[in-house]
Structures are given as structure tokens and as C-alpha cells.
Design a protein around this ligand. Structure first.
Ligand code: AMP
Ligand code: MG
Length: 329
């Protein structure tokens, strides 16, 4: 199969609609990462997503809708706090989990009676969702366990020959997957951290819980229990106060002939004074935006990526550290 990468215009949208209506899958840009989308009503099409990615069949998908799509056709009651949150943050990088009406294919939620809904703010994603006028089930458009894609080229690297079309909407500026929020209870609970932080949610909803997955527990967001986000080279992660140790390892490994790169924020890169650096940038939003980009850049040039965690660990960095820890496991 030939994989086309096309800028978003009338022609590529018409092709995308034709593929989706025919039961195929299309990669699309969003403001977080690129998604691999299929018609959420079409079981065979949704199953193709799992097959193409090599995704475990108990890891449910998020349904993406246009901002004017009638959500009441997909889910049961939306609680008051969720309405407030939707008003504050949507369209945007926030996925909300509700009781499902069971109208989309059962394959989307892998048998759960809940449905995760997201309204992306990316202009290209909104155009695509309006054009197809369907709920689109979409996980990240990478091969399962690999680093999530934030450019059309990343998607091409992973899925060339496996899908017909990649809609190219430029770099996904957010850079890490959406915050996932359970909205089935009396107050919202974060299932996966992201750019919309716990503090931001609590400010609007009054309170916000956070679910912390530990190995062996029943996973509320089933994706949590899997290895994830991993580059195809060796990786190791040090705490922000372990820079000396990290530099020592860098020198040892380089001395043994390995191509070693230090992955860290701008401040640490200045302190480390080593030659090969994958610089994540200065502030938390830059670090989130560059994380997957630099992990993918790194796997192409390094035998070993030595990551050093940024000192700041709250806010957006909760989500960044969650990914970085899994990437370096
Ligand atoms: P991905 O788009 O690859 O990041 O995967 C989507 C994530 O959404 C998965 O890790 C799931 O754990 C989560 N998810 C999807 N649907 C649900 C749901 N109904 N309840 C809880 N988590 C969900
Ligand atoms: Mg993913």
C-alpha cells in the first residue's frame, strides 16, 4: 500500500472522507500528538486500528468529535462540573470519560461501559472532523509502545505502507497526549496527566482527584499498565539532582565508543557541559512540546540516551515525567 502524506485542503479532505466512509483509517494532526482515526460506528474499521498499531485489545480508544457534534447521541448524562470544564477548556487537550450510550462500536472502549470523548482544537483536526461528520476513534498514530508522533514524518516512519493517508498539519505543538479525566463520579478524577493540569481543573470544578496506577492494580485507564513511548535505543533516567552521575555515565559510555546523548532542559544542558545534547527547552510547555520530538531525534543518532529530569515536577511536568519515566523503563 502506498502511503500519501498530504497537506490539508479540499482534495485531501475529500480523499480522507472517502477512506473513512469505506472503512479505512487516516492519520490526522491534533494539538497534542497525531492520531490514527477510523469511523467509531464501524467495528471492522476500529479493529483495523488495533491491528495496524499492534495495540493490545484491552486498551480502549478515545473518540474525537467536531466542536458542534451532539455529544448526547454518544454518552449519558454530562454532570454539571463537566459542563463547566468543557466550557473552560474545549476544544482543547482534555479527554472526558462518560457513561457510554452504546451507540459507537463496542470495539472502541474494549468492552468498558464508558466512552472517552475529545474535541481537539487543532484547526486541521476540526476541518477533518467537520468534513467526515462522524465520531472518529483514534489512538496515537505510532506503532504500539513506540514514541508518540508529533509530526507527519513521525507517522510516516512508523506506518509507511500500512495506511493510505497521512493528513499533514505541521508539528503538534502540545507535544504530549491529552489529559484524561473520569467524569462518571461526583467530582472529576485525572486518569492520565497532560497539558490541562490538576490545578487548572480544580480551579473550575472546585476539586479534582488523581488516580495513580500501581503495577498489579486494575487500571482505570487501561493504557497505563503498558510499556510506552519508548525510543529504539538504550535509555536511562536520572533525577535532577543526579547530574554528576549522569555526566559520569556519559563519559564512561562515550569512552567505550557508544554514541551518547544527554536529554535535558536548557538549564541542565548548560551545567552539564557535554557535547551531545538533546535540549528540551526552557519552560514546561516547551519541554512537553519537544519531548517526543527529541526522543525520536535521539533514537536516530544515539546508542544511549541519558535523560535528566527537570527540577520542576508539578503542573505540566507531572504529565511529562509520566511519559519520560515510561520511555526510559
Ligand atoms: P492513546 O490515544 O494511544 O494515548 O490511548 C488512549 C488512552 O485513553 C488509553 O491509554 C486508554 O487508557 C484511555 N481510555 C480510552 N477510553 C477510555 C475509557 N473509556 N476509560 C478510561 N480510559 C480510557
Ligand atoms: Mg498512544
Amino acid at each position: 500500500m502506498k502511503t500519501q502524506v498530504l497537506k490539508i485542503d479540499e482534495d485531501s479532505l475529500a480523499l480522507a472522507k472517502w477512506i473513512i466512509e469505506g472503512g479505512g483509517v487516516v492519520a490526522m494532526p491534533t494539538e497534542t500528538v497525531y492520531g490514527l482515526g477510523a469511523n467509531a460506528f464501524d467495528t471492522a474499521a476500529v479493529e483495523r486500528i488495533f491491528e495496524i498499531k499492534g495495540r493490545p485489545n484491552d486498551n480502549p480508544l478515545i473518540v474525537h468529535i467536531h466542536k458542534d457534534y451532539d455529544i448526547s447521541t454518544l454518552v449519558e448524562d454530562v454532570p454539571e462540573y463537566a459542563k463547566l470544564l468543557a466550557k473552560a477548556f474545549l476544544p482543547g487537550p482534555l479527554t472526558m470519560v462518560y457513561e457510554s450510550k452504546g451507540t459507537v462500536s463496542k470495539a472502541v472502549s474494549c468492552g468498558l461501559d464508558t466512552l472517552a470523548i475529545r474535541i481537539p482544537s487543532h484547526e486541521g483536526a476540526q476541518k477533518f472532523l467537520k468534513f467526515v461528520n462522524l465520531p472518529i476513534a483514534a489512538p496515537s498514530a505510532n506503532v504500539s509502545k513506540h514514541v508518540s508522533p508529533t509530526t507527519a514524518e513521525h507517522v510516516f516512519t512508523d506506518l509507511n505502507g500500512k495506511i493510505e493517508l497521512i493528513l499533514d498539519g505541521g508539528k503538534s505543538e502540545g507535544g504530549i497526549e491529552s489529559t484524561i479525566l473520569d467524569c462518571t463520579g461526583d467530582f472529576p478524577v485525572i486518569l492520565r496527566s497532560g497539558l490541562i493540569t490538576r490545578e487548572m481543573i480544580a480551579q473550575v470544578a472546585g476539586e479534582c482527584g488523581e488516580y495513580v496506577y500501581k503495577d498489579g492494580m486494575r487500571a482505570l485507564a487501561p493504557g497505563m499498565k503498558y510499556k510506552h513511548y519508548s525510543p529504539n535505543c538504550r535509555t536511562v533516567l536520572f533525577d535532577f539532582n543526579e547530574l554528576e552521575k549522569a555526566v559520569k555515565l556519559y563519559k564512561e559510555e562515550s569512552g567505550n565508543g557508544a554514541r551518547v546523548y544527554l536529554l535535558c532542559d536548557d538549564k541542565t544542558s548548560k551545567e552539564a557541559k557535554v557535547e551531545n545534547v538533546l535540549n528540551l527547552g526552557k519552560d514546561e510547555n516547551a519541554i512537553a512540546s519537544n519531548l517526543y520530538l527529541k526522543l525520536r531525534e535521539g533514537e536516530n543518532i544515539a546508542d544511549l540516551i541519558i535523560a535528566v529530569a527537570p527540577e520542576k515536577q508539578d503542573g505540566v511536568m507531572v504529565g511529562v515525567m509520566n511519559r519520560l519515566t515510561k520511555a526510559c523503563r
